[in-house]
Design a protein around this ligand. Structure first.
Ligand SMILES: Cc1ncc(COP(=O)(O)O)c(C=O)c1O
Length: 359
């Protein structure tokens, strides 16, 4: 018998593992999960009923073209159906975007720190990550990102608002950047948290995409729409980018359950956006309270706040967990805390207050 193990691609060596937000401890006194930027509200009853009805047919493959969902999205955003491509969460679409544009020898530019899937999916494709540090205020440094462009650049992610800092780039600077990037480089505006944005100067990527064939917008049903567990996201992009996404997508990746629940969610948007409004109100309260306690917290346009704690990160995360809320530490850097249920936010704020006093 051969002792050799199957040959795997060398690019896979050293890929950082995606760290999912830690679940809330089972059986603890109170345990809230503020570690994955999920929506704390349970599914709307109508959406749940739709999903349950679809579950009765999961012996069948789903509609591979996601026809109903794509039609609904095209109408909702006023874009051609051919410009929409769906996937298993927006991270699935992001991976297809890289597979469609970049391989060994090519470069993918993104801010750092930003969404932790970017380095993983770049490395999987064999391309090279070019990480451009955020500014001192934890915002994308678009000038430095522009300066990082080389002959080998194939794709640039702009995460707006940025995960994990919550900061957002505004219209004038983003348009200036897009106007300068060569038209043969794809710019992906990752707008996973778009629905939480309240700064009117932060642009809607779909408006920017309309006149720019090299701009692609990523959106998800995981956050504001509360369907994280069903895995459905989509891109809005011109041809040939959207067509490339359809070629590289995993066949039948989006379940019928997810497709139907997404359509039901779009139809229940008023109610869902009411919930988003309540979370935005909580976000303002959490931010205001933290600043009042003495913390420096960047302005956030997403459903989380970012606290730069450096070496104290792990201690603060442990204090939160002990108090009953699980947050997301980035060792040695800082902590991302999702806006959750009011009680959860209160526990977090009390812990933050006590921790600040001890520092
Ligand atoms: C910036 C950003 N993009 C994309 C995603 C992926 O979300 P999903 O794959 O659930 O659509 C996330 C999730 O955390 C995110 O923070």
């Amino acid at each position: 018998m051969s002792e050799k193990s199957p040959k795997l691609r060398a690019e896979l060596d050293g890929i950082p593992t995606y760290k999912p937000g830690k679940p809330a401890a089972a059986g603890g006194p109170v345990a809230y999960k503020l570690s994955s930027n999920e929506n704390p509200y349970p599914p709307l009853s109508g959406v749940l009923e739709t999903a349950v009805a679809a579950a009765g047919q999961f012996n069948r493959y789903p509609d591979m073209a996601c026809t109903g969902l794509v039609n609904e999205l095209a109408e909702r955003f006023g874009v051609p159906v051919e410009h929409i491509a769906t996937g298993t969460g927006s991270v699935g679409v992001a991976q297809s975007l890289i597979q469609s544009t970049a391989g060994p020898g090519d470069e993918v530019i993104y801010a750092w720190r930003s969404f932790e899937a970017y380095p993983i999916i770049t490395q999987i494709s064999g391309a090279t990550s070019v990480q451009v540090p955020l500014t001192y205020g934890d915002v994308h440094d678009l000038d430095a990102m522009f300066d990082a462009i080389t002959e080998r650049t194939r794709l640039i992610f702009v995460c707006n608002p940025n995960n994990p800092t919550g900061t957002a780039v505004r219209r004038a600077e983003l348009e200036r950047f897009l106007d300068r990037v060569p038209s043969d480089i794809l710019v992906v505006l990752d707008e996973a948290y778009k629905e939480f944005v309240r700064d009117t100067e932060v642009p809607d990527g779909i408006e920017l995409y309309r006149s720019r064939p090299n701009v692609c917008v990523l959106r998800t049903f995981s956050k504001a729409y509360g369907l994280a567990g069903l895995r459905v996201g989509f891109a809005v992009a011109h041809e040939p980018v959207a067509a490339a996404l359809r070629k590289t997508a995993v066949p039948f990746g989006v379940s019928q359950l997810a497709q139907d629940a997404a359509v039901a969610s779009l139809r229940a948007e008023d109610e869902l956006m009411g919930r988003v409004g309540a979370l935005v109100g909580e976000r303002a309260r959490v931010h205001r309270t933290l600043v009042g306690q003495g913390w420096t917290v960047p302005d956030t346009q997403a459903n989380f706040v970012w606290m730069r704690l450096g070496e104290r990160t792990a201690d603060f995360a442990a204090a939160c967990e002990k108090a009953g809320v699980v947050v997301r530490p980035f060792a040695g850097e800082g902590l991302r805390v999702t806006i959750g249920e009011t009680e959860a936010n209160d526990i977090f704020l009390h812990t933050a207050e006590a921790f600040f006093k001890e520092m």
